[in-house]
Design a protein around this ligand. Structure first.
Ligand SMILES: Cc1cc2nc3c(=O)[nH]c(=O)nc-3n(C[C@H](O)[C@H](O)[C@H](O)COP(=O)(O)OP(=O)(O)OC[C@H]3O[C@@H](n4cnc5c(N)ncnc54)[C@H](O)[C@@H]3O)c2cc1C
Length: 307
């Protein structure tokens, strides 16, 4: 274990964690960041939308790399590994990395984001089931593929539109009878002639030898049928990344970290930023804003702690 604790330990190197690191350093806090991918989930974004000043064409990977380099240049100490566990003892946060090494800090920011859910169906973990069209869509290029996208929101729309560029046919399967996406996405989906919209339709299972070859679906009031597909992309919701937290802290029923107006959790000194907290917007911009504010309030907390 290192002897001198850091002022601030950040876990997660997505937009929230990187921005918290940038602000933490500029506020004079000795900061350490743990994370697997610089930019976190933003690597899945083909064209980053809804970020003022960044025109269409900037990818999430470019954004994440630039933000990472900026925080690094500012002096933030990044270790590109995950934390296996985070506990707290006598007001000190203790993070254990994948090599079993302990790191300590007086305050901490959870910025670990969230991960996509799987369907609770037969063969749920079969090969050919994906979550990121930008990452895995190219696997089907030039293969006359039929791909299914399951979901009804903006993420489902983005997957369907991305895949429609390389697949022969995309089936957009929504359990509800209406789409939950914004009007721009809905228009784009309806204008794309190789996307078939299947509302009121539920998926009950996947089958195939090694890879998914077909899915079993049923439209409302109709019997089940098998649809031949070459791959399936899920956009059916998320769960927060909180498994490393080894202490009691208040969470929502879905497991998101509850925070007060200063982004502090119920555990003094632990702040939460971005998609892992009980927020109402899951965007790069709001994650960055959370990161900045969490670092500011961590500095305020530390000032009171040592006074
Ligand atoms: C397909 C897709 C398209 C999107 N398009 C847009 C868009 O156009 N515009 C927009 O604004 N938003 C978009 N988003 C949403 C945006 O990517 C997220 O809101 C944003 O990345 C959240 O940032 P975050 O830092 O809170 O979490 P994340 O980006 O999820 O980063 C958290 C990181 O922490 C890591 N982590 C988890 N546990 C640990 C641990 N124990 N130790 C260390 N690290 C850990 C995770 O692996 C992850 O890398 C999109 C998302 C997806 C999936």
């Amino acid at each position: 274990m290192s002897n001198t604790p850091y002022d601030l330990m950040i876990f997660g190197a997505g937009p929230a964690g990187i921005t918290a690191a940038l602000y933490g350093q500029r506020l004079g806090l000795k900061t350490i960041v743990f994370g697997d991918i610089p930019g976190g989930s933003s690597y899945m974004i083909e064209h980053l939308a809804n970020f003022p000043g960044l025109m269409e064409g900037t990818s999430g990977t470019q954004f994440g790399t630039m933000a990472f380099q900026q925080a690094h240049k500012e002096g933030a100490n990044f270790t590109l590994t995950r934390l296996e566990s985070i506990s707290r003892n006598d007001n000190i946060f203790i993070g254990v990395d994948v090599d079993g090494q302990e790191h300590t800090a007086l305050s901490a920011i959870a910025a670990t984001g969230r991960v996509p859910k799987r369907l609770a169906v037969s063969n749920a973990n079969m090969r050919g089931v994906h979550f990121c069209s930008i990452c895995d869509g190219p696997l089907y290029r030039g293969k006359n593929a039929t791909l299914a996208v399951v979901g009804s929101d903006n993420t489902a729309a983005q997957h369907a539109l991305t895949l429609a560029r390389t697949a022969d046919k995309v089936l957009l399967i929504c359990r509800s009878n209406s789409l939950q996406m914004d009007a721009v996405h809905e228009d784009q989906i309806k204008q794309q002639n190789n996307i078939t919209l299947m509302v009121n339709t539920e998926v009950f299972g996947y089958s195939g030898q090694e890879f998914v070859e077909s899915i079993e679906v049923a439209a409302k009031d109709k019997g089940r049928q098998d649809l031949a597909v070459d791959g399936i992309f899920l956009a059916i919701g998320w769960r927060p990344n909180i498994s490393a937290l080894k202490f009691e802290v208040q969470k929502t029923a879905e497991g998101y970290l509850e925070t007060n107006e200063k982004l502090m959790t119920s555990l003094p000194g632990l702040f939460a930023a971005g998609d892992v907290r009980d927020t109402d917007m899951w965007q790069v911009l709001t994650a960055c804003a959370d990161g900045a504010r969490a670092a500011k309030y961590a500095a305020e907390y530390l000032e009171k702690l040592i006074r």
